[in-house]
Design a protein around this ligand. Sequence first.
Ligand code: GDP
Length: 296
Amino acid sequence: MFDRISATFQDIVRSITGKATISPKNIEEAVEQIKYALLEADVHVRVVRRFVNQTIQEATGERVLKSVTPGQQFVKILYDKLVSFLGDERQDLTLKGPDTLSIILLAGLQGSGKTTTAAKLALHLKKKGRRPLLVAADLARPAAIDQLETLGASIDVPVYTDRSQKDPRAVVKRALSHAKRQAVDTLIVDTAGRHQVDRELMDELSRLVRDLSPDEALLVADAMTGQTAVDVAKAFNEAVGITGVVLTKFDSDTRGGAALSIRTITGAPIKFIGVGEKVDDLEPFYPDRIASRILG
Ligand code: GDP
């Protein structure tokens, strides 16, 4: 992830920090290189434009050009810009206290990693002392219920299933009353995915969101799909309103475009990243750490 962007940024840092003075032309050339690296990494074109314009505007001011350490000033601008585009501060889940039931709804396209992420989040919350219940409301893919049951058993987290139901709203309603009778403080609802964004999927999700008023409606998006992940996040946000994104397959050899674009294009923060197929392969998303990694 970010290998190629990182190589370009590190080249620029090396060449520009070695200079005693920097001219506007040096900055223009560096920004041009950055522009191509971002475009090549599949960063959304609107995000690239904004990144480039802001960098030029800030870097051609006196703060950089007249500084005694112009290279370092320029690198600082790049770092701050990366942090800002990745989402600024770390955004954690916003859940209620343990005495009131909290609800996390997971949405996303099929294959994005929704079911795996449901189990990963359950384990993450369990480790923090919460008592999650996984709810199998993905009724479109029969194997999803079995998959969630297997994952739940592997982390010792209960899974609510109802194979007699065809309507996810009914499953969720029953899961809610089941949760109230159990020692459970967080519901994690795995919903159906589709191969693409369509009306039926959005309508089903809208109804679930209306019924549940979840504390978190998280979109699970596959980082490997680049711009598509961003378009999907935008569509889900406009249709149902998401509170954040879990970007999966961050461990894969993707170019990083989704991570750099989602916040600007959708306004929704990336809250977690999936970094592997195992249940403990989930990490909180820290924009500053990623920016440091890119700049080397
Ligand atoms: P769903 O259809 O959205 O529920 O997707 P699944 O949870 O079934 O995941 C689809 C595939 O992606 C499975 O093979 C998962 O093991 C894999 N997967 C999910 N998250 C990650 C991740 O963060 N990294 C990697 N490498 N694979 C993942």
